[in-house]
Design a protein around this ligand. Sequence first.
Ligand code: ATP
Length: 300
Amino acid sequence: MTVIEVRDLRKAYGETVAVRDVSFTVEAGEIFGILGPNGAGKTTTVECIAGLRRPDQGTIHVLGREPHDSTLRYEVGVQLQESQLPDKISVREALDLYASFYPDPADWRALTRELGLADKLNTRYVKLSGGQKQRLSIALALIGSPKIAILDELTTGLDPQARRDTWDLIESIRDSGVTILLVTHFMEEAERLCDRLAVIDHGEVVALDTPSGLISGLDTEQRLRFRPSRPLDDALLTALPEVRSVKRHGEQIEVIGTGNLLHAVTSTLAVNQIIAAELRIEQASLDDAFVRLTSRSGKE
Ligand code: ATP
């Protein structure tokens, strides 16, 4: 079931066209990522979906309704980039205040336990660490028991452990039935969390796929390095259609190629009773996909 539908979205700020012709759908129960470099138009897109900005053109439906439909505020939780609370508000006061906006709020005591904030209830906002502020903003986005949570740059500024803890948390929120729209510019985060991704660059969707689909869609080179257990004729490898080149680095052989290079090379070695010692493989990553996709549209 489609829960968010964006069609031909366009939004400009004066002369700056932040988003042009963006279209995608988000299905119930998925973690959908919007990935793109700084200034690509990610925040503008989610602000339009959250009903905080009006598009210049295009249509958006959230749970079948227009984004600014007031009934959606009980069904969509939003955690926006750099959301700030007053310095002196305590965690408990912030949660109480936000809970009062909803007819049927989540039990915030349970939320704070899940989010590791249970011992910070009396701490003032200004005294929280970056990770704790982030977790509080997630709690506030979830306090209305939303069907959809929109999370913008949620792990920016967090240390690696706090980032991983936040990822586990997002997965458990999804497992509880909430659809998640996640804005990120961290490739690792997108790869780890997202079921599908829209890569946005210069206000346009340049790719829409699963993380592994994006990677395999690239005809990227792979690189194998190994030390053969006995002398090997390069021609054995260069004869393989998957192999583009073979180089020697002392005792090491480097094979560059495409397709199922690993299988092609290791089976040829096996037939010739050669063992590949110290075998290392370098394959394309979502980083490579991202750089290729975004630099391509930049050139245009
Ligand atoms: P970042 O990763 O840096 O947050 P983003 O992908 O979220 O970037 P947006 O914040 O949507 O990108 O910005 C897209 C473009 O629109 C940028 O060129 C930005 O400078 C411009 N822009 C965003 N908000 C405004 C605004 N309120 N007024 C004028 N220009 C804006």
